[in-house]
Design a protein around this ligand. Structure first.
Ligand SMILES: NC(=O)c1ccc[n+]([C@@H]2O[C@H](COP(=O)([O-])OP(=O)(O)OC[C@H]3O[C@@H](n4cnc5c(N)ncnc54)[C@H](OP(=O)(O)O)[C@@H]3O)[C@@H](O)[C@H]2O)c1
Length: 451
């Protein structure tokens, strides 16, 4: 027997349009598989005059949220408006009135997900949010409904397609960040205001949501260590490639002894790393768990249809009933500790004149690093316009110690005080020949070693 399900759609933009079109195109398939005939009954928008490239009846659209909340036929709300308000208030009202809610709103779920899930539980309804992380990749379903016997202890992911596109293009073309960002905006891969993406906020929201699910935790998203991609230069990407690494913006979350370390930073990944080959706008998430081991999922992390797919698979789970959904409990509060106190490997880069002019400063730096117990595994130099980019691979030191050593050394003479420090994953390849590269030719340079 077919049961009619009335849906209230909050927002008809990129994702809302994808949801609207897919319900239309795949309605019969959904009916055959779930026994429910899904109908979009009302749609909340902000601007009635806006031109929409959709075959949508004008009477479905409204500016008044009460037209949806007050319609008792609607049993499921799909929130694809974005932002904190009025989305939070409308979702709360929908849950309190006994309706299920599906949302793709990562900022809202990262900042207020715990309270909204409590609200859903208190009212005996569901709040589902697969579309909020990594677009079409069913990573929330995996963490929420599948990996139940496993203890997940680490997550790492390329969680922002805009940044991944920019970094991929910088590596492929050698062009600088600003020029590629402009291309990305023209192609629709980046917002007019790209700050949330390129400063790492968007990836931090997604990492917080995954961490909450994986460790039954309640992460303070503001406490996540965060470094965006805006300071990276094409020279850094080329130097990292020369060392044998790819640069990717990676969200990492590791649980150990009741504490969780979370960070979103550009990282140097060895070519063998599962995330190193994920290019363009693709997302990927790697999970490490005690029984299953390492799992990696790859897919389109954003866009009209990948996100609509995630939203609609939440809907089909709802239609299939309770057994398809396990409610998460974001209960415990692990201490968030910063990775600055953890011993690791780093890429260090700074501008300066050519090698001869700064040998003394570099020797001073090496001596200070050695005193701090750090090892220099490799050094490279690249001519970058009017300056030289000096890059070092340093291991066996914490970031705190490294920054303490760098500050006085890099203030001297010709080396710029502003330096770039990125974490390096995997073991350092030691003993690589020291090379200097110009834009036209590569020359070997011998640095006098002062150690
Ligand atoms: N775009 C993606 O690829 C993607 C991927 C994953 C998750 N998400 C998430 O999905 C959500 C929607 O993103 P989107 O890209 O589809 O956004 P969008 O294209 O800007 O669409 C937003 C829609 O919500 C409506 N809206 C916004 N504020 C409103 C208000 N105060 N009252 C009534 N209607 C309002 C807008 O109405 P008008 O049309 O009248 O302006 C528009 O239809 C966000 O939370 C986003 O983070 C997006």
């Amino acid at each position: 027997m077919t049961n009619k399900v009335h849906v209230g759609l909050l927002g008809l933009g990129t994702v809302g349009g994808g949801v609207f079109k897919t319900i239309r195109s795949n309605r019969e398939r959904i009916r055959l598989r779930t026994g429910a005939d899904v109908e979009i009954t009302r749609i909340l928008v902000r601007d009635m005059e806006k031109e929409r490239h959709l075959d949508v009846a004008a009477e479905l659209l409204t500016l008044n949220r009460e037209d949806l909340l007050g319609d008792e036929r609607i049993t499921v709300f799909i929130e694809v408006m974005g932002g904190l308000e009025p989305a939070r208030t409308i979702i709360t009202e929908a849950l309190r009135s006994g309706r299920h809610v599906i949302t793709a709103n990562k900022e809202l779920m990262a900042k207020h997900g715990a309270q909204l899930l409590e609200e859903a539980a208190a009212n005996g309804v569901h709040l589902l949010f697969e579309g909020s992380v990594a677009g079409g990749i069913p990573i929330i379903h995996l963490l929420q409904g599948y990996l139940t016997a496993n203890r997940v202890y680490a997550i790492s992911g390329i969680l922002n397609g805009t940044c991944n596109y920019i970094l991929t293009e910088m590596a492929k073309t050698g062009r600088e960040y600003a020029a590629i960002l402009q291309d990305a905006q023209e192609l629709g891969y980046a917002e007019a205001d790209p700050a949330s993406d390129v400063e790492g906020h968007d990836a931090a929201y997604k990492l917080a949501i995954l961490t909450n699910l994986a460790y039954d935790a309640r992460v303070n998203v503001e406490g996540i260590e965060r470094q965006g991609i805006t300071e990276l230069r094409a020279a850094d990407i080329a130097l990292a490639e020369g060392f044998g690494y790819r640069v990717k913006l990676v969200g990492t979350s590791r649980e150990q002894d009741g504490t969780a370390q979370l960070s979103v930073r550009p990282r140097l990944l060895p070519l063998s790393h599962p995330l190193a080959g994920i290019d363009d706008v693709f997302n990927a998430v790697t999970i490490e768990a005690d029984v299953v081991g390492e799992l990696t999922f790859i897919g389109r992390g954003a866009g009209e249809f990948p996100t609509a797919s995630a939203v609609l698979e939440d809907l089909t789970k709802l239609l299939q009933g309770e057994s398809a959904i396990r409610r998460p409990a974001w209960r415990s509060c692990p201490d968030e500790s910063r990775s600055a106190a953890v011993c690791g490997n780093f890429y260090l880069a700074f501008d300066g004149p050519g090698e001869d002019a700064v040998v003394q400063e570099l020797n001073l730096l090496e001596a200070a690093l050695a005193k701090a117990g750090a090892a220099v595994a490799d050094r490279r130099l690249l001519e970058d316009g009017s300056v030289w980019r000096h890059a070092w691979l340093i291991g066996g030191v914490t970031e705190q110690e490294l920054r303490a050593v760098l500050a006085p050394c890099l203030q001297t003479a010709d080396l710029a005080a502003k330096y770039l420090l990125l974490p390096v994953d995997g073991p350092l390849a030691a003993g690589v020949e020291w090379k200097a590269e110009t834009s036209h030719h590569e020359v070997s340079v011998t640095y006098p070693r002062a150690l």
